[in-house]
Write a protein that binds this ligand. Structure first.
Ligand SMILES: [Zn+2]
Length: 288
């Protein structure tokens, strides 16, 4: 990634549709409920996202969410995202997502994706994948990530997926309590852990864990900065200024809206270069 020409690096964007696989309509009710909750049904292709980001000179990290075990839905191939990132390496970095229920087979896949497809990190979603982050089931995958000293993003806090569905679609919010990552951070000191989103209703837990464990970071995706809890802004301005990351959750929130709304959110001007770009460069091991 050619960082000098970029105004920012967005560390959290989603691949929502595959151009390799036919659409899997199994479990489509989760999509319809999410459309309603997020008041948007926009699902750009990977190429459309690349064009959007390149035009705005914003680098980005992209991933899917593999929840095949709990949802029974085919995932977007990690290789499809990785190939797009390799062809567009000026602007794009691929993370992979592997359902932790895949255990050692998942760990083999993780290794192959890192060593042969240039994947630079991993995304987990405890609520949608249906696992406790400290469950030993996930360790074989964490071990591969730690061995390569790569970052792992974990969804934290409330989940829009399942919101408003009967029984919340059977998805457990509690798995996404950021306090669970405290244990993971102790056992995997070489894995950089990114807590995604303001972790409502556990914002203070997230700030506490990130302040205590230097391998824990916070990404600011999924919400307009207008609605960030004030303690999150306060920590981003002070104790955690080197480990807080600009991130949108594209296509749910556009980076343009995020950047515009951040002007009114109370960030100190001097912390913004780090939040927008410098911290992500360190996390991702990108040269200046
Ligand atoms: Zn997300």
């Amino acid at each position: 990634m050619d960082c000098t020409n970029l105004i920012a690096i967005d560390t959290h964007t989603h691949a929502e549709i595959s151009c390799w696989n036919p659409f899997d309509n199994y479990g489509e009710e989760y999509d319809r409920a999410a459309d309603k909750y997020f008041r948007s049904s926009r699902r750009p292709t990977i190429q459309e996202s690349i064009d959007y980001y390149r035009e705005r000179k914003i680098g980005f990290v992209m991933f899917g969410v593999d929840a095949e075990s709990q949802l029974g839905r085919r995932r977007i191939p990690n290789e499809e995202i990785a190939e797009a990132a390799q062809k567009n390496s000026d602007i794009m970095i691929a993370f992979a997502s592997i359902d932790p229920h895949k255990g050692k087979m998942g760990a083999r896949e993780a290794r192959r994706l890192v060593e042969e497809h240039g994947v630079k990190g991993f995304k987990f979603h405890p609520t949608v994948q249906g696992f406790h982050p400290y469950d030993k089931m996930a360790w074989p995958i964490y071990e591969v990530i730690a061995e390569h000293k790569l970052p792992a993003i974990f969804h934290t806090g409330h989940s829009g997926i399942g919101s408003g569905m009967r029984c919340g679609g059977g998805l457990r919010l509690e798995y996404s309590n950021p306090m669970h990552l405290d244990d993971v951070a102790i056992d995997f000191p070489d894995m950089q852990i990114v807590m995604a989103h303001p972790s409502f209703p556990w914002q203070d837990e997230a700030l506490s864990v990130a302040t205590h464990k230097p391998n824990v970071w916070i990404d600011l995706s999924g919400w307009s900065p207008k609605y960030f809890p004030k303690q999150l802004i306060q920590y981003a301005n002070t104790l955690l200024k080197d480990r807080v990351l600009f991130a949108s959750d594209w296509p749910l929130i556009s980076p343009e809206r995020w950047l515009k709304d951040s002007e009114e959110a109370g960030f100190k001007p001097e912390v913004m270069p780090g939040i927008l770009k410098g911290n992500a460069m360190r996390l991702l091991g990108l040269a200046a």
